[in-house]
Design a protein around this ligand. Sequence first.
Ligand SMILES: C[S@@+](CC[C@H](N)C(=O)[O-])C[C@H]1O[C@@H](n2cnc3c(N)ncnc32)[C@H](O)[C@@H]1O
Length: 274
Amino acid sequence: MVRDDIRGGLSSGPGGTPPGPPAAQPELPRPVRPPDPGVAVLPPELAGAARRLIGDRLDLAAAYAELLVTDGVLRGLIGPREAPRIWDRHLLNCAAVAELIPAGATVLDVGSGAGLPGLVLAIARPDLTVTLIEPLARRTAFLQEAVDVLALDGSVRVFRGRAEEAAAGADPLRGDVVTARAVAPLDRLATWCLPLAVPGGRLLALKGASAAEEIAEHAAAVHRLGGGGAVLRRCGEGVLEPPTTVVEIVRERVVGPTSKVAARKPRAGRSRRR
Ligand SMILES: C[S@@+](CC[C@H](N)C(=O)[O-])C[C@H]1O[C@@H](n2cnc3c(N)ncnc32)[C@H](O)[C@@H]1O
């Protein structure tokens, strides 16, 4: 269905065909090549790591991998160049974080996109209750379809909206663990995600090589937002190369909403009061 929709869109073009016969035969756009589901097959060299990290739900992970490299690519949620590295860069990279999550935890995944890491964690850990928080309709439609197709509706819920919206309102969301991958720098993540964690709960931010610099740069903001000292963790050590880098921050204190003005440093020598 999706493939047909996309082909139709491309051949008629935006705005449809102009009236009257065309003077010359226009050059037809090349048909979109459907992604090859074979790309999602687990490479043999990663089979051991996948078994260690995903356990007996490997078939479910394989079904999700196929969904990502077919529908996910066609619908623009995953870049086509990511398809051949869907297992190591995406699924296993995310599954490794499960070692930091206690049994039976409630997990909120902020900025899930195509479901990373939230859906992977739900697949690898059926004991978790996971909410995927994502503001974009195109992405939440894909997420809900994935949840239905993979029969994960007993443990996964999709929330359409921003993290700030999920944390506010009459029935705010709260989780033991809040995850986020490739969403924002650490100070913004702390602003959005710490209010979503129960007191004593944790933010697990999947980061790249510059994680240590980010921790140093944003330590003051994290403290102001009620976070404890950020700790760098490496998940999947001895199983994945490279391991997944995670910044872990405990919500130690519940602080009131910090407006930008209140969060700014007072200017030296000037008082706002007269
Ligand atoms: C670069 S994508 C990463 C998606 C996914 N986590 C991954 O690793 O592939 C960032 C996602 O964060 C979402 N996002 C941006 N700001 C957000 C906010 N304030 N609350 C929740 N999601 C947000 C975007 O819509 C987007 O889907």
